[in-house]
Design a protein around this ligand. Sequence first.
Ligand SMILES: [Zn+2]
Length: 204
Amino acid sequence: MTVEADQVRVESRLVSGQVVCPDCSGVLRRWGWARPRGVHGLAGMLHPRRARCSACLVTHVLLPVTVLLRRAYAVEVIGAALVARAGGSGHRVIGPTLGVPAATVRGWLRVMGARLETVRTRLLQVAHRAGVDQAVPKTQGSPWRDVLAALGMATEAVTGRFGVFGVLGPVTVWQVAAACSAGRLLSPGWPPRGAGSTGNTSRL
Ligand SMILES: [Zn+2]
């Protein structure tokens, strides 16, 4: 599950029982740490907290919104690549510009390229559920730009209504993308199939 970037706040929320299990709404308690790893684009090592639900006993890794699941680059770096792609660049140009191997960028673009419409739909649902009654952004002439427009709308909606989910602190559009996908923006199985109007986005 995804939490704010500020680990001190995460700890204090855990201690005071304010982090809720995404599976059953029980209270999560501290349960050691996940394996530390380096993330390109983030200072220092990423050392995510592990927590266990006091009700259903399931453990969760609390992933900050600055990263995506199983990706070695910060979500801001990945987001910059997606923005460049929307601007018409390919992985051979984007890679060297961002200091990322072109093959890595190609992998990101392939995954996102295959899910542009479902991601766009998901982000618009988030925006709608955040209670903002906005028109769907007009088509930008490219499915990549359409996704960015939807992400902008989701960010505006979420930050406007809740002060960024109420708990996540100041976030960027790419942190919103990480939060909306629970870190799974580029992971298999996201957005979940059939997550239409009945989908549960209460966790964002
Ligand atoms: Zn639970």
